[in-house]
Design a protein. Sequence first.
Lengths: 79, 241
Amino acid sequence: MAEIAGKLREVFVEALDLDGEVDVENLKYRDIEAWDSVGHMALVAAIEDEFDVEFDTDQVIDMSSFKVAVDMVTDLQSK
Amino acid sequence: MLEGKVALVTGGTRGIGLATARALAEAGATVVLTGRDEAKAKEAAAAAGAASGLALDVTDAKAVSTLVRGVAKEHGKLDIVVANAGIMEDALLGMIREELVDTTLSTNVAGTLHTVQAAARAMMRKKTGAIVVLASIVGEHGSAGQTVYAASKAAVANIARSAAKELGRSGIRVNAVAPGVIDTDLTSGLTEDAKAENIGKTPLGRLGTPEDVANAIRFLVSDDASFITGQVLGIDGGLVL
């Protein structure tokens, strides 16, 4: 879980172009301008590429925070 | 014109889709085409000079997502998507079965939407890409006996207009072409009188060919159209319905 969270943090920083001020671990969808619906698509694509997983539409819509994303990736990788 | 580009054409086994796959391949793109039947898709890919032909049912959102990701992964990127897969069945207003509504909307509208969604996700990271969807002149003007088809194609045109507004700032262009009467399998059921009537209404005096549409699509996905997005381009010889 910690390894996934660490890698996911890097993906969030890169995909959303975050600076060091952002509290990534507690970030939620639409908390910041970069994580809007378009940023969300870029983020989802980046996560899929990094972890070689595929989200269905409901999962994409439900990915409402960094913590939820960690849980989703962990769940998909355990299957 | 398209050297180094990777393109996906859905519904590429015949008619406009096949002509488009061929036009993009001839322009230098690496083309993957799809069709509902895998054997026909492979056969069409060989005929069009495409890199591969794959089976795809565009009404299956998961399958579309998986295929688009797979193409982008195999070729390292995805620059061009032509969402061409569609069906056309005529029925006068009083004769429209519920099943016809369901199949037409799920293929033409939901299928196009799934394809555009998956394409946008694949293109988003590189912040560049060109998508073309297949609308129709009847979607813009209506046509007796084609209420369901016309409604579906009006929806497709507005997928292009809306997606263009959302995706423009990510460098992704989305346009539609709206063919008039094109001489393909879809219009093979027209009587000679009906064809003659359509030709009579067309200032350029002939039916369109799949290549007429393919050439316009090739332009729209090229860098020559780099400042064009959200447009519905009529490919109809000036036909007035």
